[in-house]
Design a protein around this ligand. Structure first.
Ligand SMILES: NC(=O)c1ccc[n+]([C@@H]2O[C@H](COP(=O)([O-])OP(=O)(O)OC[C@H]3O[C@@H](n4cnc5c(N)ncnc54)[C@H](O)[C@@H]3O)[C@@H](O)[C@H]2O)c1
Ligand SMILES: CC(C)=CCC/C(C)=C/C=C/C(C)=C/C=C/C(C)=C/C=C/C=C(C)/C=C/C=C(C)/C=C/C=C(\C)CCC=C(C)C
Length: 586
């Protein structure tokens, strides 16, 4: 088990070099604070629970309810809902029920709603967004998860977040981030990923001049993939009329994508790059978006993220990431569909093997023609359905993919003067040794969203989100920086499990071994008639933009099955059979 050696330094270190990877021992000598979760064995569960987000505090609850009321007419929904307790199928029949309002679930729901489908979203928590939600404390507004938003520009076809919002008539103000991430890596390697591609390449070439050709060729392949993706209209790859239509309209682009679909970044990078340190940098580039190294990261996903950050750029929504989910939830209701909070789904109701409804923990039942689960596949098939009846397809998925570790996150507010004026918003810090990249606590992610949007904190303060991959929940306080800390709260893997209802608090699936690119990732249909999955345990995997795409695909397939889009049952059977067979090869 790795140890987290982390310095979000004293004011001296901040003003000298911002954030530095540095060993615990060195830090203690220099008097900087250290963060060592291994030292917290004595910290009992109750203490941890107290320190977790504490979403249910009475004060906060009042604010949540107030916010909620402004988003949805809760009373109306609850009133209508009361009459349905006990499961009156006639008063309660929707075209689609979506379990969960993460970005995956919300995109699927809104895309369906705008097509005229009557949707009900059931959300366990009191606000929408899941891991893309937010919470407020003492005037500070924190993003629950990552603050790096891909697909949020006004350019091209891959700005799926912008498009999802536009579909429900919403356009959000964004703040462009001049740098996606600042890498602080072993051997003093520091790389800034500038918004402009030419600036980024120039920076990387300045660190690895002997690899200029390799750098241009490797990132050139990424652009080839990105341009092919960007040329397509993105819809369900499980819907043959659309898929064959795209092959007909854009044959070269589709063949390019088909060629790279089974490939991973590591092999392609090694075709062009020889320097082990540069290859390790490519591993870090992959790790921050896939929690695995380049050998295990699908090339299509890398092409998407490593270029979108330069094409459309990373843009931060004014008011925080949580505003995206709020806007989508509002848009859903504006379209005549519904979202119900504090609705904890415990069972998917099957009738003659078909998914027909959802039962909540309070006994209420809701029925629909189709059920879409935004819970992870582990939760869907291990909890919402009987574990013993795991379909073959799901067994294959679980054999190929394992739950990625969760995160240990610290949300903290500090006085603004401990940060230098020109600090970057996002940092990735890997301690002394490249070998620690994939280890728990081996590396640190740090975001300071107030660098972009100062409205997230009272004047004179910054908010920090510090997180690291983690499979345990222990943590320790941060003694030396105490005088500058105005607020701090810790989220453990247990917090993620509890508030996001994600088995083991997982961040999503990651391949057990070297995968065949994206070939093994299931799409949205499942072996259960009428049941679909959406979110990060579907193609193309983890990431807000990835789950948004999964939502778009899911909505298209469901709409076709409900008769709201064109469909051809013979072609459907053939394509779904072919895709199922392809997955067995992964
Ligand atoms: N950790 C991060 O840094 C971070 C931050 C933001 C987004 N993300 C990305 O978002 C992805 C996840 O998005 P997503 O849309 O797949 O899921 P999600 O986990 O964000 O949302 C799922 C939603 O479903 C709800 N839910 C789950 N089970 C339920 C049940 N039984 N009944 C009712 N509601 C239930 C949860 O409360 C949650 O709101 C991750 O892979 C990650 O890449 C990550
Ligand atoms: C066979 C078949 C079916 C077919 C053929 C061919 C074709 C046509 C194909 C096609 C394909 C497609 C369309 C695809 C698509 C894809 C996509 C869209 C993808 C996407 C992806 C995305 C992703 C993955 C993303 C991710 C992200 C992430 C995860 C992020 C994260 C972040 C973070 C964590 C942050 C960091 C921080 C710091 C540094 C502080």
């Amino acid at each position: 088990m790795g140890v987290l050696n982390f310095a979000v330094c004293s004011s001296q270190l901040f003003s000298n070099c911002r954030i530095a990877p540095i060993s615990n021992q060195k830090l203690r000598k220099q008097g900087f604070f250290c963060f060592n979760p291994l030292k917290t064995q004595s910290c009992g569960d109750n203490q941890l629970e107290d320190l977790e987000y504490g979403f249910y505090r009475a004060k906060q609850r009042k604010r949540d309810i107030f916010r909620l009321k402004s988003m949805v007419d809760v009373d109306k929904v609850l009133e209508r809902d009361k009459s349905s307790i006990g499961g009156d199928r006639n008063t309660n029949h929707y075209d689609a029920i979506v379990i969960g309002s993460g970005i995956g679930g919300l995109v699927a729901a809104t895309q369906l709603a705008v097509k005229g489908v009557k949707v009900l979203v059931l959300e366990k928590y009191v606000i929408p967004g899941g891991s893309s939600g937010f919470y407020e404390r003492d005037g500070f507004k924190f993003d629950v998860g990552s603050s790096v938003m891909f697909g949020f520009s006004d350019k091209g076809n891959l700005n799926l977040i912008t498009q999802a919002l536009a579909a429900v008539g919403c356009r959000m103000q964004v703040i462009p981030d001049p740098t996606t991430v600042h890498y602080h890596l072993p051997n003093g390697l520091s790389v800034l990923v500038h918004r402009e591609y030419s600036d980024f390449v120039a920076e990387l070439v300045s660190k690895f001049p002997h690899e200029e050709k390799g750098i241009l060729e490797f990132y050139g392949v990424c652009w080839k993939i990105f341009n092919a993706l960007n040329a397509l209209e993105l819809k369900s790859l499980e819907e043959p009329i659309y898929l064959f239509g795209q092959f007909f309209k854009k044959p070269l682009e589709c063949l390019t994508l088909a060629y790279y679909l089974p490939q991973n970044v590591g092999d392609i990078a090694r075709n062009y790059i020889k320097d082990p340190q540069l290859l390790a940098f490519i591993d870090a580039e992959c790790f921050i978006v896939s929690t695995v190294n380049a050998m295990q990261t699908p090339m299509i996903n890398a092409g998407m993220v490593l270029c979108d950050r330069h094409f459309g750029g990373i843009n931060y929504p004014v008011g925080g990431v949580g505003e995206i989910a709020k806007a989508l939830a509002k848009g859903l209701v504006d379209q005549g569909s519904e979202i119900l909070y504090k609705a904890n789904a415990t069972n998917i109701i099957l009738q003659n093997g078909k998914a027909v409804g959802v039962k909540l923990s309070d006994g209420r039942q809701f029925y629909a023609k189709t059920i879409i689960s935004n819970a992870t596949r582990w939760d869907t098939f291990g909890k919402l359905l009987k574990k013993e009846d795991l379909p073959e397809e799901e067994k294959r998925f679980q054999k190929a993919y394992v739950k990625a570790p969760s995160f240990l996150s610290i949300h903290m507010a500090v006085k603004a003067d401990v940060l230098p004026q020109d600090t970057d918003c996002h940092h990735f810090i890997l301690e002394d040794d490249w070998k620690n990249l994939e280890k728990s606590y081996g590396s640190i992610f740090l975001s300071i969203p107030t660098v972009l949007d100062s409205s997230l904190a009272p004047e004179g303060n910054h908010i920090l989100h510090i997180f690291t991959t983690s499979s345990i929940e222990d943590w320790e306080g941060l003694p030396r920086l105490k005088s500058s800390i105005v607020f701090k709260e810790v989220g453990t893997p247990k917090t993620h499990r509890r508030y996001l209802a994600r088995d083991s608090g997982t961040y999503g699936p990651m391949p057990r071994r070297i995968p065949k690119g994206l070939i093994g990732m299931p799409f949205n249909t499942t072996a259960i008639n009428g049941l679909y999955c959406v979110g990060d345990s579907c193609f193309p995997g983890q990431g807000v933009i990835a789950v948004a795409f999964s939502g778009v695909m899911c909505a298209h397939r469901v709409a076709a099955d409900l008769g709201f889009e064109k469909k051809n049952p013979i072609l459907d059977t053939a394509l779904l059979g072919l895709l199922g067979w392809l997955r067995t090869l992964a």
